[in-house]
Design a protein around this ligand. Structure first.
Ligand code: ZN
Length: 132
């Protein structure tokens, strides 16, 4: 196996293609449009019709449990007022998903190929990738 699970995860956190390590997941000049596959190595990025759901769930989890819930805990503990908790939660719920959109795609691909490392092009060794 040429690309290890550790390399796949490390590339995900560094916003690089899990297979070739290049920053090629998104279309050049486009902030939110992913390529169907890596233009450098051919890694499938949009794997199936619901491919967007993985990044969506990661983005939602980070926003809800990493930001909004702690804000509600601060409110419940009396550290911030209700208006501040509501306003900060609203701003976070609108801005954080936009800011984390690209990272969530890279993390999703790292998670996906962590469990299917044999499907990255460098590890295919002549096999065709499995159908989804
Ligand atoms: Zn690649």
């Amino acid at each position: 196996m040429k690309v290890t699970r550790a390399r796949i995860v490390a590339n995900g956190f560094r916003c690089l293609c899990p297979n070739c390590g290049r920053r090629t997941i998104f279309m050049p000049g486009r902030m939110f449009k992913v390529n169907p596959s890596c233009p450098n190595c051919g890694l499938r990025i949009e794997v199936g019709d619901g491919a967007f759901l993985g990044p969506f769930v990661i983005n939602y989890a980070i926003t809800a449990f990493g930001i909004v819930v702690p804000l509600l805990v601060l409110y419940a503990a009396g550290k911030i007022g209700p208006i501040a908790a509501l306003a900060l939660s609203l701003v976070a719920a609108l801005l954080v998903p936009l800011l984390l959109y690209r990272l969530s795609w890279y993390l999703w691909l790292a998670l996906y190929y962590f469990f299917l490392p044999q499907d990255v092009p460098a590890n295919l060794e002549g096999r065709a990738p499995d159908d989804e």
